[in-house]
Design a protein. Structure first.
Length: 126
């Protein structure tokens, strides 16, 4: 991903730790998250974002997202695999499917939307 981007990650009700299966599944793609700590959205609540991508178990309306200052928003809804099964093999496979779908969506977002936005000259202030 583009190193010039400022990317933040937070949840409305974050867990105290990242699930080991999620760490394992992300590591399969070379993405290391084992040292990350889930953050609460409130830490970023006063910030204004150019783009806000929400990911959650349901629609934005079902998630009761708080008001966020963002110029553009996108939501990716998925069923939480840790709530829908207790079988670790099923959870692992669901996590892989979600990971792969998120990667496809973010690749599209970056290459078709964000790059165009970054390439568009901003109007000069007078």
């Amino acid at each position: 991903m583009d190193k010039t981007l400022e990317i933040y990650s937070a949840g409305l009700t974050p867990e105290s730790r990242i699930e080991p299966i999620a760490i394992e599944v992300m590591a399969e793609m070379g993405i290391k998250i084992e040292e990350k700590t889930p953050e609460n959205f409130s830490k970023f609540a006063e910030m204004e974002f150019d783009f806000l991508i929400t990911v959650g178990d349901g629609t934005p309306e079902e998630l009761h997202l708080p008001p966020v200052k963002a110029k553009r928003m996108m939501h990716l809804g998925f069923t939480n695999p840790f709530r829908s099964s207790s079988d670790k093999c099923v959870i692992r496979e669901c996590c892989r499917e979600i990971r792969d779908e998120i990667l496809v969506e973010l690749d599209y977002f970056y290459n078709k939307i964000l790059k165009k936005s970054l390439a568009t000259p901003k109007p000069k202030e007078t």
